[in-house]
Design a protein around this ligand. Structure first.
Ligand code: 2BA
Length: 108
């Protein structure tokens, strides 16, 4: 078994959630915040059999789009050391995905 951890943009989370449920996958959505932009995103936890990982990745790829965000100077990075006196264009998504092995899965 594997745990797919996918960080996606909030704008894509509803479509991804719907697509996963429609195909019979179970998922948990967590509200999360990106460390760089410090804006909201959504983290999905999806527990699947090994053979289902590629299908889940395909669903994520189909539903999550890459977008460009223009960040105001004051929101660039985390502190004054990374301050830039001009807006910075950042390409975000479609998704940042980690696939982790699951030692044990218990559903009580
Ligand atoms: P954020 O940390 O808010 O990053 C948003 C976007 O800013 C990133 O998009 C990337 O294009 C850019 N970025 C991030 N750190 C940067 C840096 N040190 N210098 C220059 N540009 C930087 P994505 O790569 O698509 O990442 C989207 C979100 O996925 C991230 O939001 C974060 O929440 C998560 N993420 C990305 N890589 C991760 C990692 N290695 N571990 C954990 N979470 C990660």
């Amino acid at each position: 078994m594997k745990l797919v951890v996918a960080v996606v943009q909030d704008k894509d989370s509803h479509a991804l959630s719907q697509a996963l449920v429609a195909k019979g996958y179970r998922a948990t959505k967590l509200a999360s915040t990106g460390g760089f932009l410090r804006s909201g995103n959504t983290t999905f936890l999806i527990g699947v059999d090994d053979a289902q990982v590629d299908a889940v990745l395909a669903i994520i790829e189909e539903t999550c789009r890459r977008r460009t965000q223009l960040m105001p100077p004051s929101e660039v990075g985390g502190g004054t050391e990374s301050f830039a006196p001009y807006p910075v264009e950042v390409s975000v998504g479609g998704a940042t995905v980690f696939v982790l092995p699951v030692d044990r899965f218990v559903h009580l």
